[in-house]
Write a protein that binds this ligand. Structure first.
Ligand SMILES: Cc1cc2nc3c(=O)[nH]c(=O)nc-3n(C[C@H](O)[C@H](O)[C@H](O)COP(=O)(O)O)c2cc1C
Length: 142
């Protein structure tokens, strides 16, 4: 059975390339064997990640991620059983939210700054769908 989990978290330290690179490297190493796909979005101070795969595998990975001290305030925004993957092309795609067109952010939020902690999980997922459609995802995870 497939599930999709979306969560947001606050970066424990200001974001930099080496933090993102090391997470992407771990994702590249671990996710294929577990059948996990998804996208990791980041900005200066937050992460937004969608994980898709089998329920056991997604829950186990999420349990690991929650304990990671590179972030805090981990909040589940959405968890659902799904008939098919939406983010299946990415072992773990990455999106730098600072580079996303502000009109796209405005479509789903009150201001042109993504705040997944205050907007609905559905709005964040809709934004992720648009990021795929507009090819904003960098496919360094596969
Ligand atoms: C925001 C965030 C997202 C992460 N995403 C993944 C992921 O998709 N896959 C993964 O294996 N580890 C991910 N990690 C890292 C895990 O928390 C953990 O450090 C890693 O799985 C340990 O793998 P290792 O034992 O092979 O080093 C993420 C960490 C953070 C902070």
């Amino acid at each position: 059975m497939l599930v999709r989990l979306l969560y947001a978290s606050r970066a424990a330290a200001p974001m930099n390339a080496s933090i993102v690179d090391s997470i992407m490297e771990q994702s590249r190493k671990n996710n294929p064997a577990q059948g996990i796909t998804g996208i990791l979005c980041f900005s200066d101070d937050l992460f937004l990640q969608v994980l898709e795969g089998g329920r056991d595998e997604v829950c186990e990975l999420f349990n690991t991620i929650v304990r990671d001290d590179r972030h805090l305030n981990v909040r589940i925004l959405s968890f659902e059983e799904i008939p098919e993957r939406r983010f299946g092309s990415w072992t773990m795609g990455q999106v730098n939210l600072a580079k996303v067109n502000s009109s796209l952010l405005l479509k789903y939020a009150e201001k042109a700054v993504l705040d997944p902690f205050t907007c609905s999980g559905r709005a964040s997922l809709a934004l992720l769908d648009e990021l795929i459609a507009t090819a904003s995802v960098v496919n360094r995870g596969s």
